[in-house]
Design a protein around this ligand. Structure first.
Ligand code: DER
Length: 265
């Protein structure tokens, strides 16, 4: 799987990190390690913008950028004071991993507990390019990734947030026109969600994110309406960010074990 991840990462970096790219968002996780490896090679070969800066999405991402001899940039220093208002996309392209991608390029992220800063950086990017191996390539979210939707929450209220999430019903959604009014379909598979506080492996107690928060992994089975699930969870007071990125990715590159690469837009 590592070679498959590496193939996808190298192909995506070669395609998107051209000498015109001055601001690059760098995601988090094991696949991004290969992307930064290729980025460092391109820089060595003089094939990157002379003033290239990288916007990190975690402490890991910051370390990768610095270890590759690249410059980091703070998102707050990048957003021009745009007189027309709004939040101009000040990052040319962001390359990031994912836990799962569905047929409409909706993405589950947060396996590495980095989805808060990843979503902020993705939202400030002109393009979000997802890289991974074939295990991430799905039709419906929840089909392959069975760890649940990562949800960053404030530690002071994690128990009440957990119970509120577990009381969510399958969020009937507007039925497909042809199905008629009676066919309000469920937005997710399970009869009710199960929210599990993510425990650390090499630290006693729960995982604490780079932002000082906890992560609940919310198992709902297959997700038929990612936007409805994201919004319902996000509305709960104390929820900080939900690891569902709806229609934010512009393309995805998946490495296969036979060395081939599947590319989806
Ligand atoms: O935490 C994250 O969102 C990471 O991007 C993660 O989902 C992907 O990690 P991987 O590249 O190690 O599979």
């Amino acid at each position: 799987a590592d070679q498959a991840k590496r193939n996808a990462a190298f192909a995506a970096v070669d395609r998107h990190v051209t000498p015109e790219v001055r601001v690059l968002g760098v995601g988090t996780g094991s696949t991004v390690v290969f992307a930064v490896e290729r980025l460092a090679e391109l820089k060595q070969q003089g094939r990157t913008h002379p003033d290239l800066v990288c916007v990190p999405t975690s402490f890991q991402s910051t370390q990768l950028i610095a270890d590759a001899g690249l410059r980091t940039a703070d998102l707050n220093d990048l957003l021009p004071l745009d007189p027309t208002g709004g939040c101009p996309a000040s990052i040319d392209v962001t390359i990031d991993g994912a836990d799962e991608v569905d047929s409409e390029l909706n993405v589950i992220k947060g396996g590495g507990a980095a989805h808060l800063r990843e979503k902020v950086v993705a939202a400030a990017s002109k393009k979000l390019v997802i890289i991974g191996d074939h295990r991430k390539d799905a039709t419906t979210l929840g089909e392959k990734w069975d760890q649940g939707v990562p949800v960053e929450v404030t530690p002071i209220a994690w128990r009440s947030i957990k119970s509120q999430i577990e009381r969510l019903t399958p969020l009937s959604r507007a039925p497909a026109a042809a199905a008629g009014p009676a066919a309000a379909a469920a937005a997710f598979e399970f009869a009710s969600p199960v929210a599990v506080l993510r425990q650390a492996v090499r630290k006693a107690g729960p995982v604490v994110t780079d932002n000082g928060n906890f992560v609940l992994d919310v198992r709902v089975g297959k997700i038929f309406d990612p936007a409805a699930v994201e919004q319902a969870i996000k509305m709960i007071p104390g929820v900080i960010e939900v690891g569902i990125f709806c229609r934010m990715a512009s393309e995805a590159w998946f490495g296969n074990d036979d060395g081939s690469i599947a590319w989806r837009i």
